[in-house]
Write a protein that binds this ligand. Structure first.
Ligand code: KIV
Length: 271
């Protein structure tokens, strides 16, 4: 990300290079220009405009509520905040299941909003759409394991690939994604050993979230890392800050200052 000149991934080709050179790829989510500016000043390799925006920003109970329009608004905001970053935008629920034309239209909208690539959950039944997007010049990142758009089919947010059959299927799906031309594969909530096997199988990088330490990179939701949601603490997401508690203390300090006539002070008053 040339904004800070420290990120190893400056374009899509750098994903494969990072794997060859054994440099871990680090991705965080952002949905708005403010957080994008923060990440652009950091050392992260790429920004994911995840459809988790539907939950984190819009308060929906799942990512099923994300739409192309919603994702395009967030992608454009992130692009404005991080003009030089590699920005990956999620293709929302069902947007790759209504045929090639609809998928091209949706992916095109996200690319025109500023995405460098799109991320697509699953592969079975839409591998032709993925390869068509890739052939059309739209870089695609895959996403396997606990793909949240299928939460109802999974019966909840559960670790995937635990049985031998499921693990074999996931490995086959990952190879299929590589064959379709995907630039990398997110592995979400799968056993660490399976993630390692997939990582060893592929020439493209695997990016883990709740998938152990042997993937080629890691992705987290920024709000989880910053501890912004007091009530949400997934085991796999390390908190680097108690953001909710710190922000709450700041807000209440302001309220108390106003009530005690300590704000504004003389130097904060405009002439
Ligand atoms: O939507 C999202 O934030 C994601 C990550 C959790 C990988 O897809």
């Amino acid at each position: 990300m040339p904004d800070n000149c420290q990120a190893g991934v400056k374009n899509i080709l750098d994903f494969a290079r990072a794997k060859r050179e054994e440099r871990p790829v680090v991705i965080l989510t952002a949905y708005d220009a403010l957080m994008a500016r923060l990440l652009a000043a950091s050392e992260v390799d790429a920004i994911l405009v995840g459809d988790s925006a539907a939950m984190v920003v819009h308060g929906f109970p799942s990512t099923i509520h994300a739409t192309v329009e919603m994702m395009a608004v967030h992608t454009a905001a992130v692009r404005r905040g991080a003009p030089a970053a590699v920005v990956i935008a999620d293709m929302p629920f069902l947007s790759v299941r209504r045929g090639r034309e609809e998928a091209v239209r949706s992916a095109g909208a996200l690319m025109q909003a500023g995405a460098t690539a799109v991320k697509i959950e699953g592969v079975a039944g839409h591998e032709d759409v993925i390869s068509h997007l890739v052939e059309s010049g739209i870089p695609v990142m895959g996403h396997l394991g606990l793909t949240p758009q299928s939460v109802h089919q999974f019966g909840g947010y559960r670790v995937q690939g635990r049985s031998a059959d499921d693990a074999a299927q996931l490995r086959a799906d990952a190879r299929r994604l590589e064959e379709t031309g995907a630039l990398a594969v997110v592995l979400e909530c799968v056993p660490a050993e399976l993630a390692k096997n997939v990582t060893d199988d592929l020439a493209i990088p695997t990016i883990g979230i709740g998938a152990g330490a042997d993937t080629d990179g890691q992705v987290l939701v920024l709000a989880d890392l910053l501890g912004l949601d007091a009530g949400f603490r997934p085991r796999f997401a390390r908190r680097y800050q108690e953001g909710h508690a710190e922000a709450l203390a700041a807000v209440n300090a302001f309220v108390r200052d106003v009530r005690a006539a300590r704000f504004p002070a003389r130097e904060e008053m405009l002439a």
